[in-house]
Design a protein around this ligand. Structure first.
Ligand SMILES: NC(=O)c1ccc[n+]([C@@H]2O[C@H](COP(=O)([O-])OP(=O)(O)OC[C@H]3O[C@@H](n4cnc5c(N)ncnc54)[C@H](O)[C@@H]3O)[C@@H](O)[C@H]2O)c1
Ligand SMILES: O=C(O)C[C@H](O)C(=O)O
Length: 325
């Protein structure tokens, strides 16, 4: 039996938390032979609700759930954590712009970054889900100077999965057969979902679609505005699909992708003209618990324009929180 992995999850009483915790405990994230200890964080007023979720987790009798606790203290929640999924923050509500969220949530991530810096396992894999996810991940990374910057990532996987499904529908193919798709930039409507390199059963997706008008005017807006469409329809932001993307992100980082491309928000090393440390969605592959940037892709004029738009938005978000760092 492997020794348990400590997984910290913040915002445990929230709707993503509810869709996430049971799947972590059942082994879908780190493998069906990997016990886990859940270290849950939420605000003081949410502790009773988290205890209710823990009662349900207990009632599932998951063989891999080796322990769990809840706390409102980040330094307790992140103690020795090997995986930290930072979900807890204020979600966007109907009519609210993401920029409005920036200030409200930025302070949370300075505190949590500092706590991770102090108490987490030195190899902790951090995934920021709470919006604005890229900038929150950047803030957490900058607030944790003693941890390697590469340990901090932002969730672009939901965008990646949304793009996969749209391409599969358009081409009449199975999502599982599509390879080499990626999403560049910010987890926001400015993201650039890119199928120029994608293949399906060896055929080029670009040739199968062969419709730049669909790309620019249907595909990109559909993927980019999907979060808002879900809020409009549900009255609440996406939760099950977001939890699923978080599972996918950590699963692949932990267990590898067998050479397949996935999208992760990672601190830039300067590649593709993205300034160093910018938390940016890039195509990566994962192996031996590390992600690796897919390098050397050609960036055409249309792509450069789209990448510049999403980069500019990230630079503005970064400038908006500079006084906190
Ligand atoms: N990156 C993505 O793809 C993606 C997708 C969907 C949602 N989101 C974001 O995820 C976040 C959570 O969404 P949700 O629907 O679960 O929201 P929710 O309101 O249902 O739950 C949020 C939880 O976080 C808790 N919380 C707030 N501040 C906290 C803090 N400082 N420490 C610990 N916990 C805290 C709240 O008490 C609540 O229980 C939102 O910011 C949302 O916009 C991101
Ligand atoms: O768009 C939002 O505010 C929610 C989330 O980030 C999403 O993409 O569904």
């Amino acid at each position: 039996m492997k020794s348990p992995v400590r997984v910290a999850v913040t915002g445990a009483a929230g709707q993503i938390g509810y869709a996430l915790l049971f799947r972590i405990a059942s082994g879908e994230m780190l493998g069906k032979d990997q016990p886990v200890i859940l270290q849950l964080l939420d605000l003081p007023h949410a502790q009773t609700a988290v205890k209710g979720v823990m009662m349900e987790l207990q009632d599932c009798a998951f063989p891999l759930l080796a322990g769990m606790f809840t706390t409102d203290n980040p330094e307790e929640a992140f103690k020795d954590a090997q995986v930290a999924i930072l979900v807890g923050s204020r979600p966007r509500s109907k009519g609210m712009e993401r920029a409005d969220l920036l200030q409200a949530n930025a302070e949370i991530f300075t505190v949590q970054g500092a706590a991770l810096n102090k108490v987490a396992d030195r190899n902790v894999k951090v995934l920021v889900v709470g919006n604005p996810a890229n900038t929150n991940a950047y803030i957490a990374m900058k607030s944790a100077p003693d941890l390697p910057a590469k340990n901090f990532t932002a969730m672009l996987r939901l965008d990646h999965n949304r793009a996969l499904s749209q391409v599969a529908e358009k081409t009449g193919t199975a999502v599982s057969d599509i390879e080499k798709l990626c999403v560049w930039g910010n987890h926001s409507p400015t993201m650039y979902a890119d199928y120029r390199f994608a293949t399906v059963n060896g055929q080029k997706v670009k040739d199968l679609i062969n419709d730049q008008d669909w790309n620019a005017n249907v595909f990109l807006p559909t993927v980019g505005k999907r979060g808002a469409a879900i809020i409009e329809a549900r009255g609440l932001s996406s939760a099950a699909s977001a939890a699923n993307a978080a599972i996918d992100h950590i699963h692949d980082w932990w267990l590898g992708t067998d050479g397949k491309w996935v999208t992760m928000g990672i601190p830039s090393d300067g590649a593709y003209g993205i300034p160093e440390e910018t938390m940016f969605g890039f195509p990566v592959t994962c192996e031996n618990g590390e992600y690796k940037l897919v390098e050397g892709l050609e960036i055409d004029d249309f792509s450069r324009e789209r990448i510049n738009i999403t980069l500019q938005e990230l630079e503005e978000e970064k400038a908006g929180v500079a006084h906190l760092l």
